[in-house]
Design a protein. Sequence first.
Length: 268
Amino acid sequence: MELFSISSSSKGNCILLDNKETTLMIDVGISRKRVAEGFEHFGKNPEDLDGILITHEHSDHIKGLGVFLRKYHIPVYATEDTIDYILNKSSIGEVDKELFFPIEKNKSFYIKNTKISPLQISHDAVDPVCYRFDDDSVDNSSGAIVTDLGTYDGKLVNGLHELDSILVESNHDVRMLQMGPYPFRLKQRIWGTKGHLSNEACGDFLNKIINKRMKHIILGHLSGENNYPELAFQAVKNELNFAKAVEDVNQIDLKVASRYEPSCNIKF
């Protein structure tokens, strides 16, 4: 498998996953133009997509979906409640409803050679999920994209066992959020159990799921106002030093995805 981050931030998210005969896009929270530029950057073609997976209905994950679908007629997979919300959202515009296919959280399905597991997460959306990907062929590789969760439980941790790679949310630095300009109600939302993971919480979460197979960790969905890439990297690295499942954390490739540009092409 290969994972490509086209954009990963609180302003817009779009991730590309390629598994030989299967090409998937996760979320379309940026403009069609930026999506196309991201595909071109990685030598890919949007017309080759086998499906679009939507994690939830917030604008930084779907605002480019309508325009994209009117040019590229690609199947869209999301939970039924998320689909209903999207189809009734005026900013999406007219789209072909036949392109939308409902999925069930915590129930795996296949697109070609890729097993996809939508896992329930805690976020203030109608029915949010993250996604795990498994190749059941000889490669037997596994990866996940896990963002937009204020907390996590044992069920999610168990669902993310034995991963080779993960793109995971490291949204904010707690002190920057506390001292920053956001209204208090918005601050409460972000650090609440249905908000976003801080750098330290991200590191603690990773320590719950890290294993000897883990090769790559990408930190994503960074806040532009309440975090810095260098700060996220060092804070998570400090937390990973407490990991018990690996002998040398330095053997894991730890990267921070760009908020606005294509980055972090990894193969696993």
